[in-house]
Design a binder for this molecule. Structure first.
Ligand SMILES: Nc1nc2c(ncn2[C@@H]2O[C@H](COP(=O)(O)OP(=O)(O)OP(=O)(O)O)[C@@H](O)[C@H]2O)c(=O)[nH]1
Length: 603
C-alpha cells in the first residue's frame, strides 16, 4: 500500500492580462525543467489549438506536469495549468483555479496592471490561492518593474515584496521563480485513505478511447480497473487508465491525492461527462461532491448555417464533438427561408463565437454563414403568456406583443480618472445608466453602470478600449430584465425580406441603424447583372434605402489580347469569389453581409 506524501506537490495556474507573457513563461518552465528539450519547444507548447497558435492567444486551459529538482536537493512535482486571458473565457480561468493552491500573477513590466490582471487577481484571491506576483519582460528597455510593484500593491492590494522579476524571452529569473513556487505555494491537503473524490476540469473525445477527462484528485486514489461513478450524472464506467501530460500524455500506475492528471473513461457518449462533475468510486462513494462551477451561461446567440445544405448533419456532429471540451456551447435547430437549415448557437461572447465558427470551419471542414448576434429576449404576448426568443425570426407579430424585456448587465469599468468622462459618454450612447463612482486610489476610479447586454455585444468593448487608450478594465455580471421599446428591423433585397438579416433594435436607434446598414450592405454586396434595391423596414414601413447598381459582368471583355491563361485566371478568381457567396433569391450575397450590423456606426 502506497502512502501518500503531498509535501512535494505544487499545483498552480498562471494568470495574466492578454499578451503579458503567460505562454512564454510556461514554455521557459518546461524547458528549464527538461520536460521538453530546448529544440523541441516549438513556439508555445501549451497553446495546442491551431487558432491559438495563429492568433497567439490562449483559449483552452491546459494542465502539464513538470518535475523540478530544487536547490534543497528535493524533487518536486509541479502541475502547471495554463489559462486563457480574454474576458469571454473567464469561466475557464475560475475552473482552472479551483484545482490549484497557487497562482502566478504575471504582469508585463512595460504595461503594468491591466483589465484582466485585476479580474484574474480577484478570481485568485476569491479562491484563496497563494499568489506570487511575477513581473515579466524585464529585458525590455522600457520596463519599469519598481512602479509595477507599486501598482500591484495599490491597485490589487497584493504584497509585492516577493514579486519575482523575469524575462520569458531570455529566461532570466525563471530559476528564482521555480524556487519561489516551492516556498510560497502550499502543498495540497487531502485524505489518501478516504474514498476517491476527483474534480473534472476539462475533457475531450478520442475516437478509440472515448472521453478522456482532466481531473484533480482531492481525496483517495484513482487507478486503472476501478469501477467509477460520475456523481452528478450518475453513470458508472470502468477506469481504462490514468496518466499525466508531460506535455504528451504519459500513462501512470495511479493518480494520488493532490495530483492532477487525466483519466480514460472509455465512455463513447460525450454527454455523460460533464466538466465540474465529481468522479468517485461506484461502490464506495465520497460523502460530498466537490463544489461544482456555476454553469457558464450563454449570452450571445447567432444562427450558423452551412453554405451547402448537405453539410447540415456534419455541422450537428461537429457541434456535438466541440461541446465535449467546451461545455458552454448550446444550440437548437433553426430554419431560415434565406439560408435553409442550421442551428441557433449560444456563446459566452463575441470572441467565443468567432473562435467556435473558425474551429468548425477548419477542424471539420465546413463552410458556414453566421447571422448577426442576438441576446435572449422575454416577449410578453397580449394573451398574458411569455416566450423566450433568441432569434429575431421568432418574434411574434407586433399586434400580438404586449411588451418586450431585454437582459441588462451590472457592469463596472476601472479607469484612470482622466478617462472617466469618456466612459460615461460611451455608456449613455449605449443606453446605459451610470451609477456609483468609487475612487480606488489616486490613479484609478471604478465606474458602475447598468447597460443592455445587446449594446455590449455590438461594439462597446472595442470602443471602450479605443476611447480609454486601452486603460479601461471591464467586468460585468448578469443583472435583471427590463422593459424596452424594441422593434424588429427587416432588410429587403430586391423587394424580398431576407429573414437572416433581420435584427432587434431599440426604436430610437432603428432609423440610424437602418440607414447605416443599407449603406454598408451596398458596399458589401457585389454588383449583379441587374439593379438591387436594399431597403430597411419596420413592419410595413420602409425607413431607409440604397441601391447596388447593375453591372455588365463580361469580365473577359477586358482581355483584348486573347491571352488564354489570363482569361482562365480571371474565371477562376470569379469562381473563388462565388464559393463564399450565398444566393438569396436571385442575389448573390457574401458572408460578411450577415454580420454587417456589427460594423455599422450608428452615431
Ligand atoms: N521582450 C519580451 N517579450 C516577451 C517576453 N515574454 C513574452 N514576450 C512576448 O509577448 C507576447 C505575448 O506573449 P504570450 O506568452 O503569447 O502572452 P500570453 O499572456 O500567453 O497571451 P495570451 O495567451 O494571449 O493570454 C509575445 O510576442 C512574446 O514573444 C519577455 O520576457 N520579453
Amino acid at each position: 500500500m502506497t502512502t501518500y506524501d503531498t509535501s512535494h506537490i505544487r499545483n498552480f495556474s498562471i494568470v495574466a492580462h492578454i499578451d503579458h507573457g503567460k505562454s512564454t513563461i510556461s514554455d521557459r518552465i518546461l524547458e528549464l525543467t527538461h520536460t521538453v528539450e530546448e529544440r523541441d519547444v516549438s513556439k508555445q507548447m501549451l497553446d495546442t489549438m491551431d487558432i491559438e497558435q495563429e492568433r497567439g492567444i490562449t483559449i483552452k486551459s491546459n494542465a502539464v506536469r513538470v518535475m523540478y529538482a530544487a536547490d534543497d536537493g528535493q524533487e518536486y512535482q509541479f502541475n502547471l495549468i495554463d489559462t486563457p486571458g480574454h474576458v469571454d473565457f473567464t469561466y475557464e480561468v475560475s475552473r482552472s483555479l479551483s484545482a490549484c493552491e497557487g497562482a502566478l500573477l504575471v504582469v508585463d513590466a512595460t504595461q503594468g496592471v491591466e483589465a484582466q490582471t485585476v479580474s484574474n487577481a480577484n478570481l485568485a484571491m476569491n479562491s484563496d490561492l497563494d499568489i506570487i506576483p511575477v513581473i515579466n519582460k524585464i529585458d525590455l528597455p522600457s520596463a519599469h518593474p519598481e512602479e509595477v510593484k507599486e501598482e500591484i500593491e495599490e491597485d490589487l492590494a497584493i504584497p509585492a515584496d516577493d514579486a519575482v522579476l523575469v524575462s520569458g524571452k531570455t529566461g532570466e529569473g525563471i530559476h528564482e521563480l521555480l524556487e519561489a513556487i516551492v516556498y510560497l505555494v502550499r502543498p495540497p491537503a487531502g485524505d489518501a485513505e478516504a474514498p476517491l473524490k476527483a474534480l473534472i476540469l476539462d475533457s475531450y473525445f478520442d475516437e478509440y478511447r472515448g472521453v478522456v477527462a482532466t481531473v484533480r484528485v482531492f481525496d483517495g486514489v484513482m487507478r486503472k480497473g476501478q469501477q467509477l461513478r460520475m456523481m452528478a450524472l450518475g453513470d458508472t464506467f470502468l477506469c481504462d487508465g490514468v496518466g499525466c501530460k508531460r506535455p504528451l500524455e504519459t500513462p501512470l500506475a495511479e493518480l494520488g491525492v493532490g495530483e492532477v492528471g487525466y483519466v480514460v473513461t472509455g465512455l463513447k457518449d460525450p454527454s455523460l461527462v460533464k466538466t465540474g462533475d465529481t468522479i468517485t468510486l461506484a461502490d464506495r462513494p465520497c460523502a460530498e461532491a466537490c463544489p461544482g462551477y456555476h454553469e457558464a451561461k450563454p449570452m450571445v446567440f447567432t444562427g450558423l448555417f452551412p453554405i451547402d445544405n448537405k453539410q447540415y448533419e456534419n455541422l450537428r456532429d461537429a457541434l456535438e464533438k466541440l461541446r465535449v471540451n467546451d461545455p458552454s456551447l448550446t444550440w437548437a435547430p433553426e430554419t431560415s427561408v434565406a439560408l435553409g437549415f442550421g442551428f441557433r448557437v449560444g456563446f459566452l461572447g463575441l470572441l467565443h463565437m468567432e473562435v467556435v465558427k473558425e474551429r468548425l470551419e477548419r477542424e471539420f471542414d465546413l463552410d458556414l454563414i453566421a447571422t448577426s448576434p442576438s441576446v435572449d429576449y422575454h416577449v410578453f404576448r397580449t394573451d398574458g403568456t411569455m416566450v423566450d426568443i433568441t432569434s429575431p425570426q421568432d418574434l411574434p407579430d407586433v399586434t400580438r406583443i404586449d411588451h418586450i424585456e431585454e437582459p441588462y448587465l451590472k457592469a463596472k469599468v476601472i479607469v484612470p480618472p482622466e478617462f472617466m468622462g469618456a466612459v460615461m459618454q460611451l455608456v449613455v450612447e449605449h443606453r446605459g445608466e451610470t451609477g456609483n463612482m468609487v475612487y480606488l486610489s489616486e490613479k484609478s476610479v471604478e465606474v458602475h453602470f447598468d447597460i443592455p447586454l445587446a449594446e455590449l455585444i455590438l461594439d462597446f468593448f472595442d470602443q471602450l478600449k479605443s476611447r480609454t487608450r486601452g486603460y479601461a478594465s471591464l467586468d460585468y455580471e448578469m443583472g435583471d430584465y427590463r422593459t424596452s421599446d424594441l422593434v424588429k428591423l427587416d432588410i429587403m433585397l430586391a423587394g424580398e425580406t431576407v429573414d437572416a438579416l433581420s435584427f432587434i433594435v431599440h426604436r430610437d436607434k432603428a432609423y440610424s441603424m437602418a440607414r447605416g446598414l443599407c449603406d454598408k450592405l451596398k458596399d458589401i454586396i457585389p454588383r449583379q447583372q441587374f439593379e438591387v434595391p436594399i431597403q430597411g423596414a419596420i413592419g410595413n414601413k420602409i425607413i431607409s434605402r440604397s441601391t447596388v447598381r447593375a453591372v455588365r459582368k463580361d469580365v473577359l471583355a477586358k482581355c483584348y489580347g486573347g491571352d488564354i491563361s489570363r482569361k482562365r485566371k480571371l474565371l477562376e478568381k470569379q469562381k473563388e469569389g462565388k464559393k463564399r457567396m450565398k444566393a438569396i433569391g436571385s442575389v448573390e450575397v457574401p458572408q460578411e453581409a450577415f454580420l454587417a450590423v456589427l460594423k455599422v456606426d450608428d452615431e
